[in-house]
Every structure is written in C-alpha cells, then in structure tokens.
Ligand binder design. Structure first.
Ligand code: SF4
Length: 280
C-alpha cells in the first residue's frame, strides 16, 4: 500500500503529465505561479477529502435519462456523472463542483434540482438505494490559500480543519418532473438560438448569499462577455461613472512581469533548441 507521501508524489507526476497534454491539446500555457496554484488545489483537495475518496465504491457513475421530449417536440437526453459511497447501511451520492462552498450553501436550490434528477435515475430507473445527496466543492478557501502563500504550517492545518467542502443537499423526487421540464425549455431555447442574456439589473445585483455581483462573479469568467449586450451595457455604465476604463478592460493583459511570465510559459524551448543551425 502507498504511503501519503508516495501518493502526493504520484499526484504531482500525474498533474505534470496532464498539464503537458492539456497544453498541447488546447495551446494554452499557465505561468509557474498558475501551475503552482492549480496543483495546490489538487493537493489540498486530496488532503481534505482522502477519507471520502477512499470510501467511494462507484466512481464516475454515468446517469442517463433518455428519450425526453421538449414542448416543441425535440428529443433530448439528460446525462450526469456522480460518485457513490456505500458504507454500512447508508448510500451517499456526491456531485463534484468547482463552485465555492459559500455560494453552494447560499444557493442550495440551484443544486437541488440537478441532484433530484440524478437521485431519481439512481433509485427509480436503476433500482438502487439512496440515503443522502451532497455537493463536493473543490474550491480552496481564501484563508487557506493565504496561509499557503506565506508558508504558515500551523495556519494551513487550522484552515484545512475548518474547511467544509461537503455540503449535503436533501433531495425531493416530487420536483423531478418540473426540473425535467426546465431542462426541456432550455433545449428548445438553444435550438431556436434564443440566447438573450439577463437584464443589466441582474448583472448589477449581488448574488444571493454572497458579497459578489453577478457581473464580477459570473460574467468575468464567461467567454461570451465580449459579445454580450448586457455585459457591454454594464461595462459602459461603469466607464461613465469613472469606475472602469472600458479601453483598459479590453486591453487588460496584466503587468509587464505577468505578461513576460505568460510568454515564457508558452514558449516551447525544447522545440526552439532543436532547430538546426543554418550553414554559414
Ligand atoms: S457575460 Fe456571459 S454570463 Fe454575463 S450576462 Fe453575458 S452571457 Fe451571461
């Protein structure tokens, strides 16, 4: 059996291999600091959740609800991936999310719908028992990140203990029909190319249970923001109020040092060094 130290060393090797593969596939490189942050996320997630991970009996279970119909008559299938832990006389279903735990806690209703459908498939279509459903939030808390950045071992341990990444979400199968209908409406909207963004007020308001605005928390990570009329309206409003320089927002590539680090990370030195010298 591997020791904790050996497992963490192996994690570092797998992470490095995955990173190289993703870099080749996607053509995007991370700076050294970005790679360190990403690996820390994996490492602390493992340290915190290794007990749950070691108890998982069914990994990455694919749940499928085929042959559904939208109001406009389109066919669609709902699919999800979950992990199952069967221990003693209890069965837990875990859905892994990259959302922070405070957001999940404050917006449980958003996760409940999805888990209800998975629970319905697991219990009714597959005939399996189920006692609990939960979301596992993989985001490392800011306090733990800070402790890590200054290398304070005692604080790291304290923050690791405080961290609660497993959030139980009680499921109610009575709402499954409504949830499937919601999915169906989304399918029809996508197929009809109806992608109207939410109004400016939604972007300007704080997300329930958090201190962040929709625009900063959600839009900032949205690839469609440069062509989104609501986000443009939001950015224009901030520019007029002097809070944001629109031009700077389009040209925000980071500091000179960050730009240089990013360029270096993207340069394939092995390839450059292997170019044969030109004959004199
Ligand atoms: S920027 Fe993206 S997330 Fe924000 S409103 Fe537009 S489409 Fe939605």
């Amino acid at each position: 059996m591997m020791t904790d130290q050996e497992i963490e060393k192996r994690l570092a090797e797998i992470f490095a291999q995955n990173y190289e593969l993703l870099k080749m596939e996607g053509g995007h490189a991370l700076t050294e600091a970005g790679q360190k942050d990403a690996f820390n996320q994996v490492l602390y997630y493992y340290r915190k959740l290794k007990e749950v991970a070691s108890k998982v009996t069914d990994t990455e279970v694919k749940l499928t609800l085929p042959d559904q119909k939208t109001p406009d008559g389109r066919s669609f299938t709902i699919e999800g991936i979950v992990d199952i832990v069967r221990e003693e006389d209890e069965v837990w279903m875990y859905d892994i999310k990259t959302h922070d735990p405070f957001y999940v806690m404050a917006n449980k209703h958003l996760y409940e719908k999805q888990l209800n459908v998975y629970a319905y498939i697991w219990e009714n279509l597959r005939g399996n028992p189920l006692d609990h459903t939960a979301v596992i939030s993989t985001v490392i808390p800011d306090a733990l990140k800070e402790a890590e950045s200054v290398g304070d071992t005692a604080r790291i341990q304290k923050e690791l203990t405080k961290w609660e990444p497993v959030i139980e979400i009680p499921y109610k199968e009575d709402n499954v029909k409504d949830t499937i209908h919601d999915f169906a409406l989304v399918v029809d909207n996508i197929e009809k190319h109806c992608f109207t963004p939410p109004p400016l007020k939604v972007l300007d308001d704080k997300i329930y249970g958090t201190n962040s605005k929709f625009a900063t928390r959600i839009c900032r990570n949205c690839d469609a923001r440069f062509s989104c009329s609501s986000f443009r309206e939001y950015a224009t409003k901030l520019q007029k109020s002097g809070t944001m320089n629109f031009k700077k927002y389009y040209e925000d590539f980071g500091t000179d040092a960050e730009q240089e680090e990013f360029i270096n990370a993207s340069i394939d030195l092995d390839k450059i060094n292997s170019i044969p010298e030109l004959p004199q």
